[in-house]
Design a protein around this ligand. Structure first.
Ligand code: 3PY
Ligand code: MG
Length: 268
């Protein structure tokens, strides 16, 4: 199977891409989200339940479902970033990048020389992208995206430096941690107006630097707002929240039917 399109090309062309976001580590969940029509699926290895094996299986399951493959690594785990791109992730999101040095170290871990120091053995990645090793080597640095999460006051203070790193493809905003950091731990306010204003400024500066801007969104309204602010990669919801909401709605529906049946019940 040859991969028809690449996330990097879509994002660089400016087209917004919406990614589902998954914490549950059963590979069928990301496949189901991909088959539901999400253009990309993000495996959250920072806060989710994934280990290396379930991440590997889930990357293949996303490909089977026809979506683009993204993984978020745990804080500072650049070695894992290298392993995930070897296993076929098209994009790595690195949390809590607070300085130019951290951005450089992260981005260089997933780019081949002379751009970075990625080590060679992309057997699975080449397979999933439908390329020979030679083709993969030729295309990997431009097709494999490094996005640094901006989610602290330190990151905002260092934003111009972070954006000046040539190996870095873009940033991804974490509004929850950002609001916590900006309020010195007193307010978790990912959807607040103050947080949105700062997010808009990050998008503007990132696009002006010629890089990709992404953001974590908890609902459709925030996705719309993010697109209007210039963000190109936008997450939508979380699988655990989807399941929780769907289960509650389904239970409410069945309880209403049981409480006032349209047809007389059978008595035994
Ligand atoms: C944040 O909002 O801080 C995130 O990292 C999203 O998961
Ligand atoms: Mg965060």
């Amino acid at each position: 199977m040859t991969q028809q399109s690449f996330l990097a090309d879509k994002l660089r062309s400016g087209t917004p891409v919406i990614t589902a976001w998954t914490l549950l580590s059963a590979p069928m969940v990301p496949e189901l989200l991909a088959r539901a029509g999400y253009e990309a699926v993000t495996l959250d290895v920072q806060h989710g339940m994934f280990d290396f094996e379930t991440t590997v299986e889930s990357l293949a399951a996303i490909a089977l479902g026809g979506a683009h493959r993204i993984a978020r690594i745990p804080v500072g785990d650049n070695a894992l970033a290298g392993r995930f791109v070897d296993m076929g992730a098209e994009c790595i999101i690195a949390p809590m990048i607070n300085s130019k040095k951290e951005a450089e170290e992260f981005a260089r871990a997933i780019k081949y020389p002379p751009v970075g120091e990625r080590s060679w053995s992309p057997f699975r990645a080449a397979m999933l992208s439908g390329q020979t090793s030679d083709q993969y080597l030729k295309n990997a640095n431009s097709q494999t995206l490094s996005l640094a999460m901006i989610e602290t006051q330190d990151a905002i203070d260092a934003l111009d430096d972070i954006l000046s790193v040539p190996e870095l493809d873009g940033v991804f905003v974490g509004p929850s941690d950002l609001s916590l950091s900006l309020s010195k731990g007193t307010a978790l306010d990912p959807n607040g107006v103050g947080t949105a204003t700062i997010c808009a400024d990050i998008a503007r500066r990132t696009r002006a630097a010629g890089k990709i801007a992404g953001i974590f969104c908890l609902n459709a309204e925030k996705v719309e707002e993010g697109i209007n602010q210039g963000f190109q990669l936008l997450s939508h919801g979380i699988d655990t929240i989807f399941l929780d909401h769907a289960a509650r709605a389904a239970l409410k529906e069945v309880e209403a039917v049981v409480a006032s049946p349209k047809t007389p019940g059978v008595s035994y």
